[in-house]
Design a protein around this ligand. Structure first.
Ligand SMILES: NC(=O)c1ccc[n+]([C@@H]2O[C@H](COP(=O)([O-])OP(=O)(O)OC[C@H]3O[C@@H](n4cnc5c(N)ncnc54)[C@H](OP(=O)(O)O)[C@@H]3O)[C@@H](O)[C@H]2O)c1
Length: 156
């Protein structure tokens, strides 16, 4: 099964200058806890934005080239998506914008941290039709005056 996990602003903002636009400690903790022990898969640019490999997780990187340091580099996104679409095992797609867009048609769950703020961004989460998903609110919170909601969308 494929699950997407992302933090998005009011206008679907994801990142700017190959960095995140929101830095919420609680969201980082939620991300760590949700993905711990699983395989995480990401685009080469997101990989390069990280300080290093994400601990306690298998790190897959999508690139047209071999990526040094990754547990596996994958060049055929479609084949990967089809292979894991119906597995019991949950694979987390962790960004960035181009990879979310590629996996949206294959993802069963979207774990979205909906941040109630806007930001200057150059990468956005793709638009999707919320009518096609059931929405569960996992938790709401606030950090440094910024409200956020951990929401889970599951395809109907
Ligand atoms: N808010 C969040 O939750 C969140 C999460 C993650 C990332 N981000 C942000 O998102 C931004 C990065 O996103 P991005 O869209 O610029 O880059 P990205 O999706 O992380 O990576 C793009 C790279 O992935 C590879 N790729 C993409 N499509 C491919 C395909 N069809 N086949 C093979 N490889 C493919 C290519 O690597 P090669 O060029 O090596 O071939 C491409 O350059 C950053 O600002 C980051 O901070 C935000």
């Amino acid at each position: 099964m494929i699950s997407i996990i992302a933090a998005v602003g009011k206008n679907n903002e994801l990142g700017k200058g190959n960095d995140l636009v929101f830095h919420l400690k609680e969201d980082m903790k939620y991300f760590r806890e949700t993905t711990a022990g699983h395989t995480v898969a990401m685009g080469r640019k997101t990989w390069e934005s990280l300080p290093g490999k994400l601990k306690n997780r298998t790190n897959i990187v999508f690139s047209r080239h071999e990526v040094e340091g990754a547990d596996e580099s994958v060049s055929d996104i479609e084949a990967f998506a089809k292979k894991y679409q119906d597995t019991e095992e949950e694979i987390f797609i962790i960004g960035g914008g181009s990879i979310y867009a590629a996996f949206l048609p294959y993802a069963k769950n979207l774990y979205l941290t909906e941040v109630d703020a806007s930001a200057d961004a150059d990468v956005f989460f793709p638009s999707f039709d919320k009518k096609n998903y059931d929405k569960t609110i996992i938790k709401k919170g606030s950090e440094n005056g910024i409200d956020y909601t951990f929401a889970k969308y599951t395809i109907k």
